[in-house]
Write a protein that binds this ligand. Sequence first.
Ligand code: ADP
Length: 254
Amino acid sequence: MGKTEIKLVNENGLRVDGRKLDELRPIKLEVGVLDKADGSAYIEHGKNRIMAAVYGPREAHPKHVALADRAVIKCRYHMAPFSVEERKSPAPSRRELELSKVIREALETSVMSELYPRTSIDIFIEVLQSDGGSRCAGITAASLALADAGLPLKEIVAACAVCKIDGKVALDASDIEDKQGDADLPVAFMPKSGMITLLQMDGSLSESEFNQALDMAIAACKKINEMQVEALKRKYISVKEQAEERYEPREGAA
Ligand code: ADP
């Protein structure tokens, strides 16, 4: 049972939103949604609504932050004041600073930054509405935005959290499960190399629960990765169709 009287898993093994323990929330991904950024992506993961944008590689500013052997990667995770029930201060909180750091580390491994010495790659994650697991949804979107910016990536990074609710390990915690559950384990994963690029744990899990949770998270990241690849393909098919329309010779033209 969680920390409150609300039952998070009913007698049929279903959760507050009707999901099974190993079921993901609905995910919608869109790539190239912003014209002005070099790369962008939008994710709806459950009720999370998150925009990710990437600039770069561009000249590092201020110059002293530049690295001689690779690009410097910066990341800002930010929650809009209207993203939570009570207005949140727009100033960056300790939590946002910490998440910016761990998200940067989760994505950094995937970027071939050695190809762009002395430059800077800037990642912006703007949470418009949050619903638990926003750091994971932010990573999933930001990795797509990096790909959309045309940056060479070793792999696309997908992320998902697993929680423990009413004594049971469950995939992809929603806000209420995140707040009232007993544990939360956000994971970011690169499926081809099998590399885990983010692993955090809040609360406590036994060794067998931890192993079960990690297996669940990895299986979910593999599924999310397939959705990411499909979203990228959709973007390039639509770019190709628009280009074909633009250059199709008009009837009667020489
Ligand atoms: P994550 O979003 O990655 O799960 P946390 O576990 O820190 O990160 O947060 C869980 C959820 O708590 C968030 O998704 C959000 O819905 C909510 N939350 C976070 N910060 C605030 C805040 N300042 N005010 C209200 N709700 C918040």
